[in-house]
Design a protein around this ligand. Structure first.
Ligand code: GMT
Length: 385
């Protein structure tokens, strides 16, 4: 029997941290010799270079004129079943419950019990959609029928139990970053493009959805800027952009804030910052804070969801209650004034990112789950790899 596995991965390929983590996991699994099959509607944006163990299967959706809405979920379930049968996959690992875990359940009905399903919960699939009466029971079904369920923070496990009345085991598997990509970059030359030598740089990166509370970012920056020369760099875009722009105009901060839009080279961009701001209202994990941590940049943000499991208050950043922009600004200003504290935090950030959230460690945790649900013994070489 071959020791390595054949793993299908489904995720949102074109947006969000869940897609990033799923793609990075697939790449690391492939590097370890597993055969990885992405089953998605487009090529995951972080997939990068060709790798012999990585395959991509595009989900095509019927546009038959009778359908008012193209039946993506049904096409995905059928595609999953086809790929499982043809490629003899052992596992389908789906990221984000809706619709992926539901589709995987349907695919399993088509191919039989030998197929094992691992579902990873990422955030609003539980904290928002789990409250939606039109989806709640379906999400509960998909979670209960998965062979293993993982969540990216202990807080998300707690919320899953509460929102959906789930009692089954859920494994905690934190998100991770690829340390070959996320490390402090040399950007001294670039800093001058955005800030004068005496100015501090604060940064926010998100999809500008209401849950991110980007107006709070502006408020925190406004308070910090009253105390010291500073610039704010905003990375990303999304629905709250008009609200954010009008708040900036209202406060007369146009000259102090740069919009960088969507960026690919996140490690390089984050390395420009002295502090990352993350005042979210919901955040099951907050991958961007881990990306910043791995680049040596502390986060000042809210205590929402899983953020306190990632950012250790007073050690790798500072956290305040959701909406308490005054406290966040106070913490940010204190840290920006104190160079030696920033240097200590930077070291603590690097240490924490590379130990607790180490890519190799977390890939091994997922592999252990795969072998467990398959009832197979994990080969030593893979466990130690
Ligand atoms: O749940 C979402 O709104 C989107 C999702 C995503 O695809 O980025 O974000 C969630 O998953 C990320 C990866 O695990 C986490 O880092 C984010 O904290 C989480 N977002 C929320 O909980 C709002």
């Amino acid at each position: 029997m071959n020791d390595t596995l054949k793993i299908g991965i489904t995720c949102y390929p074109s947006l969000g941290g869940s897609g990033v983590v799923a793609t990075e996991l697939g790449k690391l699994l492939a590097e370890k010799g597993h055969e990885v099959h992405f089953i998605t509607h487009s090529i995951p944006f972080r997939l990068g270079a060709f790798h012999k163990n990585i395959h991509y299967h595009e989900v095509e959706v019927s546009d038959y004129y009778v359908f008012r809405y193209p039946p993506y979920d049904l096409s995905l379930a059928s595609k999953m079943a086809q790929v499982v049968k043809r490629e003899k996959l052992d596992i389908l690992h789906v990221h984000y419950a809706v619709p992926h875990a539901v589709c995987a359940y349907l695919a399993k009905q088509m191919v039989g019990e030998d197929l094992k399903i691992v579902t990873t919960l990422h955030g609003t699939d539980i904290t928002v959609l789990g409250q939606d009466v039109t989806l709640k029971d379906l999400i509960g079904l998909a979670i209960n029928r998965s062979d293993a369920v993982t969540a990216v923070s202990a807080d998300l496990i707690r919320q899953t139990r509460e929102a959906l009345d789930i009692t089954r085991d859920i494994d905690l598997t934190y998100n991770f970053i690829d340390k070959r990509v996320y490390y402090p970059r040399e950007v001294a030359g670039l800093r001058g493009d955005f800030a004068a030598p005496d100015e501090k740089i604060l940064m926010h990166i998100s999809n500008f959805r209401p849950v991110k509370r980007v107006p709070d970012v502006i408020d925190v920056f406004h308070r910090v800027n009253r105390e010291m020369p500073a610039k704010l760099l905003l990375v990303g875009e999304g629905p709250d952009m008009p609200k954010v722009q009008s708040k900036i105009r209202e406060l007369g901060l146009e000259d102090k804030i740069h919009f960088l839009g969507k960026q690919d080279e996140i490690a390089q961009v984050i390395s420009l910052a002295d502090i990352l701001l993350l005042p979210s209202e919901k955040e099951s994990f907050g991958l961007v804070a881990l990306e910043a941590m791995a680049c040596g940049v502390p986060t000042v943000g809210s205590e929402a969801g899983g953020i306190p499991e990632l950012v250790e208050h007073g050690v790798t950043g500072y956290l305040a209650p959701i909406g308490d922009t005054e406290a966040m600004a106070r913490y940010a200003a204190e840290l920006l004034r104190d160079g030696s504290k920033r240097a200590r935090m930077r070291e603590a950030c690097l240490e924490r990112a590379h130990t607790k959230f180490c890519d190799k460690k977390i890939t091994r945790e997922y592999e252990e789950i795969y072998y467990r649900v398959l009832g197979r013994k994990q080969p030593c070489a893979i466990a130690q790899g």
